[in-house]
Design a protein around this ligand. Sequence first.
Ligand SMILES: [Zn+2]
Ligand SMILES: [Zn+2]
Length: 247
Amino acid sequence: MKLEADLHIHTTASGHGYSTIKEIVESASEKGLKMVAITDHGLQMPGAPHWYHFTNMISLPRVMQGVEVLRGVEANILDMQGNIDLSERMLSDYMDIVLAGFHDSVGYTGTSIDDNTQAMIAAIKNPYVHVITHPGNPKYPVNVEKVVVAAKKYNKALEINNSSFTVRPGSYTFCNQFAKMAKKYKVLVCINSDAHICYNVGENTNALALAVQAGIRKEQILNSSTHKISEFLVYHKQQSQQFAKAQ
Ligand SMILES: [Zn+2]
Ligand SMILES: [Zn+2]
């Protein structure tokens, strides 16, 4: 199975990424990807970009080397209320796609499965969030079924992160639980590289194998087609605009 997009990629702007956008799109183009999302870390991460990085993404071409480039962020889940570390205005006016996940050293204070589950579900409810990154990270265990049911209800995607198998030890078991539960509830999944260097862009071998083994079909994978991604983003743009109006 070939996926058309990689929606989780870091650049040098994250402080601990090693490639530029130019290097990333060149690699994506060589690998035949049609779309990438540039998703550097949110503001609370040590070494994260200044907020100008996100607002200035308007200066990026929409297509580079024949690859469509989405302007995004991998924001940090900050609390049990679903707050993330980019202002509402930046999320609504500058970002095409918003990923959110748990990370160390960003001020999140939850300590139990209940805390983490509540925080992750609140992030799913956040109208600006599209994808929850590495929900299978064993460092932040959650009630898998509750999270999957919430993702279904709010039409959000849950990520199976290819880097988790190397940089987040113990992820396989939880990722497998997520994949099986996602299959059961027919929840959208997003299979990403989480590349921090251009060579890993589009690398999804282990995550895709796990998803296929769990019975997840192409139609259920958000980034299997750019058409599916565009429809998904348009739907959520409308939802978030309605939310903003009602405020
Ligand atoms: Zn992450
Ligand atoms: Zn990441």
